[in-house]
Design a protein. Sequence first.
Length: 149
Amino acid sequence: MKKQHLIYLIGGVVITLLYFLFRIDLFESLFYAQGYSDDMYNTKLYTIIPTVSIVTTWGCAAIYYYVINSVRFDRWYHWLAVLAVVVVLTPIVCYLINIRVFNDLGKSYPAEALIFEFVNMLWTALLFIVASFSMRWWSSNCRHTPIPQ
């Protein structure tokens, strides 16, 4: 294992941990609504939603690089398709969680939740890119995707 590749992996893990530690500030820097954001904090959705995003992005990157790991699926547009699936799937799941929690509390924030999930799309895309560049080096067939070494 090359030291440089290990540095990429450690860097990706550190970036992901920083994302998790500063998740509230990161989300609220792009979208803040007085009642909605307060309720997000009080219901711990600022912990649940970033956790779902982290697990999904790192999990899908691992599936792409180590389970799919096919010569037939090692082009940049294949990687882009996986990114698109992650960027669409994660906010939908998080939106459903968000709506369910607020419905259980008798509250309704459909517009705010939708805007919040657009912000989540941005963070999810960035997390997938970080995860990809962190773990791609050990893939036997897809390590050159999306950008050749």
